[in-house]
Design a protein around this ligand. Sequence first.
Ligand code: C2E
Ligand code: MG
Ligand code: MG
Ligand code: MG
Length: 276
Amino acid sequence: MNYPYPSDPAAPRSLGDLSRLHANLAADLDGAAERGELVAYFQPQIDLATGRVVAAEALCRWWHPRLGMVSPGVFIAIAEQSDVIHEVGAFMLEESCSFLEETSKNGHSLEVAINVSPAQLTSTGVLDYLAPRIESGALDPQKITLEVTETIEIVDLGLAAAQLNAMRAIGLGVSLDDYGAGHSSATQLGALPVTEVKIDRSLVQGDSEDSRTQVAEVIDLARERGLRVVAEGVENSEQNEYVVGAGCERAQGFLLGRPMNLSKFDRYLTGWLAEA
Ligand code: C2E
Ligand code: MG
Ligand code: MG
Ligand code: MG
């Protein structure tokens, strides 16, 4: 685990310290959603053909009362070890639906991408939340993509695939996140009923022949299967040109926009439209 605050005098100095810190964070995280400590950030996704903002990925933040902002890279893994992941998941579903409502009130027709942990696919929570809202017409499923990662293989792949199929059946999008970060990407892409693949930033930012080959291969595979390709981690214009040239439909990264809270995202949209 990466300790997020190396300058903190309470920073762990031994394994024992580290496991106490882990236990403390786990205890603190319990009920964090109810106490209002979680915040949803949104990072823009750009359609590379039109240059328009078409979607946002919802990314969770935890405002710890003593430590300040804790990154999801730290706390999601902890949340996944208990039922807390379902609280985090429920919070992010609500916030993502509010995002759709709020941005549409302001005249923008955007989609939202929501990260779903493997643990969430072993319960029906996500579908229980979304399905009735879609059925009542309150939500347009075409505006929602659920992002899953290939670590999904560590849970029951059969059960996860069944849930993903059920999500697809009601019109939701499913994205394979972090493609190329692991080893079994191509296998997963074959096994899961996805509508989109997100190329991991290690491939987008890597300029080795191997990473270029992998990107070309996944784009070919996506073409064959009619999947949308999103490039993650675009930090500079060279990377942007590269992913455009490679044939990605959408891009996301610090060059195009950082993750922001909803009010900042709204101002970002206004600025982006003014420039376009
Ligand atoms: P992810 O789903 O792959 O999300 C993309 C991560 O890359 C985000 O980190 C984002 O801030 C970061 N990023 C975006 N553009 C760039 C760039 O140009 N350069 C670099 N270096 N990084 C970039 P973040 O927000 O820290 O989230 C880390 C991971 O935590 C996410 O990776 C996702 O796996 C997980 N996560 C975040 N929010 C949630 C959530 O609500 N639920 C679940 N289950 N997992 C979440
Ligand atoms: Mg993601
Ligand atoms: Mg990713
Ligand atoms: Mg991820």
